[in-house]
Design a protein around this ligand. Structure first.
Ligand SMILES: Cc1cc2nc3c(=O)[nH]c(=O)nc-3n(C[C@H](O)[C@H](O)[C@H](O)COP(=O)(O)OP(=O)(O)OC[C@H]3O[C@@H](n4cnc5c(N)ncnc54)[C@H](O)[C@@H]3O)c2cc1C
Length: 518
């Protein structure tokens, strides 16, 4: 079994085409980080006439959507479920192009299978008839409640996504204006409480409430507004990018290259320069300085404020306020390839353990690494032969775990935890797994902290609680420093590919016009 992985691509130089390039003398914007949010921000700013450069710490773009390759296997490190494709299409349209020219999105049906601890399963689908039949199979008495849940989720979608999703929460007035909508959604309830008010069957309650985990939220405490994910998936589908999610990142980098915008990799920012209360550029790890008219950080907001900006420039985002924040869970991810194919296993599968509420409380409240776990099992080779050698399967198994406040010694624990996951998968859905694994790699909360520079090793930034959402989340326009902006998972509306693409849309509304710099 080999374990040395190599990244897919290095720095991407700008293409030679002049079309779309910023005019000579255009003001300069530096984007720190090349996650989905950073790349989307760079595209939008470039289209508004800014002279943009992206600075990325890692050796390839993508952030959480980095790609690992080894022995003919290709592993998307992070996002695999692509929803709301029109948010991506918008970026291609802005550049006068079509998404389909660069990336094929393939709709998944069913979306995913949820396997419960007793071996029963629920196939989650876009087809309303199929969904009603699945609900009835578990509990016919819950069908009416399910329909009522869908109505509430649709309202949350309409208000929370369509109306407030890409809104800029820049002032208290923006929050006050949104208050009636939050009240209509009764956003103070948790999604789990909302689901429980409609359905009695415990398995159905899990199947309808687990979605916030996909964006780092605890279903027991996250606002019910996030039931919008349920509507959003059914309305726009769940998609797979052929070639892997990395194909979308490569496509966005190509859009930038065609506009003359470079994504400079191996370029870690160590400090954001602030003079007279205004961001004036950045200092890199190699000691060089890059001047700029504005700086946009796609890095974790807590990390940006705490580690990249000297405390004397931060009245709002003091160390104490950052410490008081509640951060999302972290993840343990095992990427592996097998020398055989498991044809019975669908592309996306939740392999749940025996506990739901208890496990969530261990992860989010007690910050305790439990012995049991619930897994998301990803098998991209079910759809896409390009990700594994012929006759082989590529997988990852993702386990939500507490962030680093757990005090877990991951260096000592990781291999035992991986073996426990392997044993669990072998006993449930991947028989004989141990003898079939031909490549393997793990990511732990330490990697989220040290590699992706995420505060407390949180995998999704700030937890999406009501009092950490919208105006309460770090603003796109820095509360502390003029000319400094934020984009990505820890800003409004939050984590997930659709969320960070929308945060780039919200950002665009507060970025100054280039004419101001003429
Ligand atoms: C394992 C996993 C699975 C997921 N699955 C899904 C899914 O299926 N669907 C979905 O929609 N979402 C999913 N998500 C969530 C989604 O991937 C993220 O919310 C989203 O990609 C975050 O994008 P971002 O723009 O905030 O930036 P990130 O991807 O966090 O990128 C930030 C970038 O900034 C760089 N950086 C940080 N500090 C510096 C510095 N000082 N100097 C230079 N560069 C710096 C980092 O290296 C990184 O490249 C998943 C996340 C994980 C971790």
């Amino acid at each position: 079994m080999r374990s040395s992985f190599t990244p897919v691509s290095g720095s991407v130089p700008p293409a030679s085409a002049d079309a779309g390039r910023a005019p000579r003398g255009a003001p300069r914007a530096l984007v720190i980080g090349s996650g989905f949010g950073g790349l989307a921000a760079a595209i939008r700013l470039s289209c508004r006439g800014w002279n943009v450069q992206v600075l990325e710490k890692l050796d390839a773009p993508g952030g959480r959507a980095y790609v690992w390759k080894q022995d003919g296997f290709s592993f998307d490190a992070g996002p695999t479920i692509i929803t709301v494709p029109h948010l991506l299409e918008e970026l291609w349209t802005l550049c006068g192009r079509k998404l389909a020219d660069d990336v094929e999105l393939r709709a998944m049906e069913p979306f995913y299978r949820i396997r419960f601890d007793d071996g029963s399963w629920f196939d989650y689908s876009a087809d309303p008839e199929h969904m009603r039949a699945e609900v009835a199979r578990f509990d016919p008495d819950d069908v009416a409640g399910y329909e009522n849940f869908l109505k509430e989720a649709a309202l949350c979608y309409q208000l929370g996504f369509e109306k407030l999703g890409a809104k800029t929460f820049d002032t208290l007035g923006d929050l006050i204006a949104a208050a009636p909508d939050l009240a209509r959604m009764r956003g103070w309830r948790s999604i789990y409480d909302m689901v429980c008010s409609h359905m009695r069957n415990e398995k159905l309650r899990v199947a309808m409430s687990f979605h916030p985990l996909l964006i780092g939220g605890n279903p027991l405490s996250v606002t019910c507004v996030y039931s919008l994910i349920n509507t959003l998936e059914r309305r726009f589908g769940v998609h797979w990018a052929m070639g892997g999610t990395g194909a979308l990142i490569r496509g966005m980098v190509k859009l930038l290259a065609e506009r003359g915008v470079a994504v400079r990799c191996n370029a870690e920012v160590k400090r954001i320069r602030v003079e007279n209360g205004r961001a004036t550029g950045v200092e890199l790890a190699d000691g060089s300085v890059e001047p700029a008219d504005i700086v946009i950080s796609n890095a974790d907001t807590a990390w940006t404020y705490k580690h990249l900006i000297a405390p004397e420039h931060r009245r709002h985002w003091s160390d104490a306020r950052i410490e008081r924040g509640r951060y999302s869970m972290s993840l343990f991810v095992w990427y592996f390839g097998t020398r055989r194919r498991y044809e019975d296993v669908p592309h996306h599968m939740m392999v749940l353990g025996p506990r739901y509420e208890g496990l969530l409380t261990d992860i989010f409240k007690r910050h305790h690494l439990a012995e049991d776990f619930s897994l998301y099992l990803h098998r991209p080779s079910a759809t896409d032969p390009s990700v594994a050698p012929p006759g082989h399967d590529a997988f990852y198994a993702l386990s939500p775990v507490p962030h680093l406040d757990s005090g877990t010694d991951w260096a000592a624990t990781a291999e035992a935890y991986r073996r426990a996951i392997e044993a669990r998968l072998e006993a449930t859905v991947l028989p004989g797994l141990r003898d079939e694994v031909v490549c393997s790699r793990v990511t732990t909360p330490i990697d989220f902290r040290d590699r992706l520079l995420s505060y407390k090793g949180a995998a999704f930034g700030l937890e999406p609680l009501l009092l950490q959402s919208a105006w309460f989340r770090p603003h796109n326009r820095s509360e502390d420093i003029a000319g400094l902006f934020m984009v990505g998972a820890s800003t409004h509306p939050g984590a997930g590919v659709p969320g960070v693409l929308m945060s780039a849309k919200a950002l665009e509304k507060v970025i100054p016009n280039v004419q101001q710099y003429a």
